[in-house]
Design a protein around this ligand. Structure first.
Ligand SMILES: [Zn+2]
Length: 322
């Protein structure tokens, strides 16, 4: 059954549901996982569920759910912070509210998005609340950088991991919510790295142009020409996120070429609107070389992800690719 319009994340959702059914929710949760994967959506749905007036929460139809969906629920509080930081003032305010019972709901829920934005003073203040929880209140911290939070905070929250979404879930979201046609949804989802947020950020036009450029390059490059091979490195972008997105495109190109070689069935391709170019790449390389190339691209992706020198990583990769 759907839980507040969340895509994927069956495991953390079933843990939260189970805790609610047994009346054994924790005082504080840490929802962690990559950006754009649905942590805040899940936190909001959990907050609605805790205050829902229907037997199968969150119903998203009762008065409480509707207030929450319109951000008018007095007992569901999101701590926005100031600009880049969550400062002590915001935590003090939260503590002040906790002195009173929930105004109309069953449980007051505080959501701290990107909780790693707390500065040291704010984190220290929050620690006190975590050490001495006040009944009727529940905290949800979300973060894509759990390592940036103090151990003292981490150790007092129940941790729930939000894994990257399966490609199919991202595609389903794009079809249902963003009116993508099936093909565009699949193509964009293939390069979104399991993040709905990332998929939404991707400009479809830029993305499609980049994909075409990479495929044309791959299907026609002369492996004996080092200058031509290095030119690939230059076209993959300058910023980390942009490079990673383009490397995911590159990886999908090789993946498709391999599928084409092994099955000869264009309907199995992710980039099936580009069958001619994928076929040309599959014709140019033996299967073994495509597998090697996949490993080389994966290695570059993890190096870039770990902040290795971008130019050096991309040039090394371009030289190694067959
Ligand atoms: Zn409801």
């Amino acid at each position: 059954m759907a839980f507040g319009g969340i895509y994927g994340h069956e495991k953390p959702i079933s843990i939260l549901r189970g805790a609610m059914e047994k009346g054994r929710t924790a005082h504080a949760y840490l929802f962690y996982g990559m950006e754009g994967v649905g942590k805040r959506t899940a936190a909001a749905a959990f907050a609605r569920a805790l205050n829902c007036l229907d037997p199968s929460p969150p119903c998203d139809a009762c008065l409480s759910c509707r207030k929450a969906l319109h951000h008018h629920h007095p007992d569901i509080v999101t701590i926005a912070g100031e600009g880049q930081f969550i400062k002590i003032g915001a935590v003090k305010e939260l503590q002040e509210q906790m002195k009173f019972s929930p105004r109309e709901g069953i449980r007051r829920v505080f959501i701290l998005p990107e909780a790693d934005r707390m500065n040291a003073a704010a984190a220290n203040a929050l620690l006190k609340t975590l050490e001495e929880p006040v009944a009727g209140n529940l905290l949800i911290l979300t973060t894509s950088r759990p390592h940036a939070l103090p151990m003292t905070i981490l150790s007092r929250c129940q941790h729930l991991r939000f894994a990257p979404l399966p490609q199919e879930e991202v595609a389903r979201f794009l079809r249902d919510r963003e009116d993508f046609d099936a093909e565009a949804a699949e193509v964009v989802a293939a390069s979104a790295g399991g993040s709905i947020g990332k998929a939404l950020e991707m400009n479809r036009e830029d993305f499609l142009a980049m994909r075409k450029g990479i495929l044309e390059y791959l299907s026609s490059v002369d492996p004996a020409n080092p200058i031509q091979r290095l030119s690939l490195a230059g076209r993959l972008g300058a910023e980390r996120e942009e490079i990673l997105e383009n490397l995911r495109i590159l990886r999908t190109c090789y993946r498709d070429a391999l599928v084409m070689r092994e099955t000869g069935e264009p309907q199995r391709l992710i980039f099936r609107d580009q069958t001619v170019l994928v076929q040309a790449l599959a014709d140019r390389l033996p299967g073994r070389s495509i597998l090697d190339n996949l490993a080389i691209v994966e290695a570059a992706m993890s190096a870039i992800d770990q902040n290795a020198n971008k130019t050096l990583t991309l040039e090394t990769m371009a030289i190694k690719l067959l």
